[in-house]
Design a protein around this ligand. Structure first.
Ligand SMILES: NC(=O)C1=CN([C@@H]2O[C@H](COP(=O)(O)OP(=O)(O)OC[C@H]3O[C@@H](n4cnc5c(N)ncnc54)[C@H](O)[C@@H]3O)[C@@H](O)[C@H]2O)C=CC1
Ligand SMILES: O=C(O)[C@@H]1CCC=N1
Length: 264
């Protein structure tokens, strides 16, 4: 039995992915804060909605999907009820396995995961790290849960705040760029719907080439950038405005914010 505690956006995305991967609704339970949310999940997925205490006492795998700020309260509620031999998987940004382990009975294995919203379309990037009591078997279980909804990579926990900044938040940066490009289309007099279609298809085409061509992104960009042509005029402006430096600093800021969240 798998329990998803705090089935909000990420929890629901994982829940739906696990069901798409072929698990029966009877193998899953979820917990929520609001009754209407529970009713919606029950109706949408046919899973049982229970209290946190019941989930903690019943499930073999507990997926903690609450916001980092809510993790302390949740662990205070369930900590004592989690039995050794169970696996605890945390999806929260910033929260260390140490923070969780301190609030659970000694020896309970904890795996920390940073996934992202493309879980919804089975294209997630999930980075996993073992806590101090988690071994190969626990990491395998986490991989089994997450690989149907995308790629899974193992990294040391010291890189988790970086992974949060890079791939956890990553989709937001691409959406932001799409928004800005659509605005540029508006500036050039394109109808909004046409601009959106052009930018989205360019993004999808670029993403598929990045994934499938085996070419380095630099080579792919060079192939678009004709000598004396149009693309280099745009690139010059991006460089002049320090977009590359802004990206480096933005992602570093996200990493630093993740570190702050760990402190509560
Ligand atoms: N949104 C994103 O792109 C990503 C989010 N994350 C992480 O996933 C976690 C969840 O994020 P979201 O799904 O975006 O947040 P969310 O706010 O949509 O979901 C959290 C849910 O937990 C519920 N909740 C809070 N305390 C509870 C409690 N004591 N018992 C039961 N339910 C409780 C809330 O009512 C809410 O529905 C966060 O820790 C975040 O850092 C990780 C990767 C990406
Ligand atoms: O913004 C956040 O805190 C979460 C973690 C990674 C993506 N969204």
């Amino acid at each position: 039995m798998i329990a998803i505690l705090g089935a909000g956006k990420m929890g629901e995305a994982l829940l739906s992915g696990v069901l798409r991967a072929g698990r029966a609704p009877s193998e899953l339970m979820a917990t929520v804060r609001r009754e209407e949310r529970g009713a919606l999940l029950r109706e949408r997925y046919g899973v049982e909605i229970v209290g946190n205490a019941e989930a903690a006492a019943t499930a073999d795998t507990l997926v903690l999907a609450v916001k980092p700020q809510d993790m302390g309260v949740l662990l205070d509620e369930i900590g004592a009820k989690v039995r050794p031999g169970r696996l605890v998987i945390s999806m929260a940004a910033g929260i260390t396995t140490g923070f969780i382990e301190e609030r659970l009975p000694a020896g309970v294995p904890v795996v920390r995961v940073m996934s992202n919203t493309p879980v919804l379309v089975d294209e997630a990037m999930s980075v996993i790290s073992a806590g101090s009591h988690a071994g190969e078997e626990n990491l395998k279980l986490a991989e089994e849960l997450l690989s149907p909804v995308g790629k899974v990579l193992r990294l040391p926990e010291s890189l988790q705040d970086g992974a949060t900044a890079l791939s956890g938040s990553g989709p937001a940066y691409f959406y932001y760029l799409v928004e800005a490009m659509v605005d540029a289309g508006i500036l050039l007099g394109m109808p909004r719907a046409a601009a959106l279609e052009m930018v989205i298809q360019s993004a999808v085409g670029a993403a598929v080439m990045l994934r499938d061509s085996g070419e380095h992104p630099v080579m792919l960009r060079e192939a678009v950038t004709s000598p004396g042509g149009t693309t280099i005029s745009a690139i010059r402006e991006l460089e002049r405005h320090g977009v590359r430096a802004a990206v480096l600093e933005a992602i570093e800021a996200a990493r630093n914010r993740g570190r702050e969240l760990a402190g509560g």
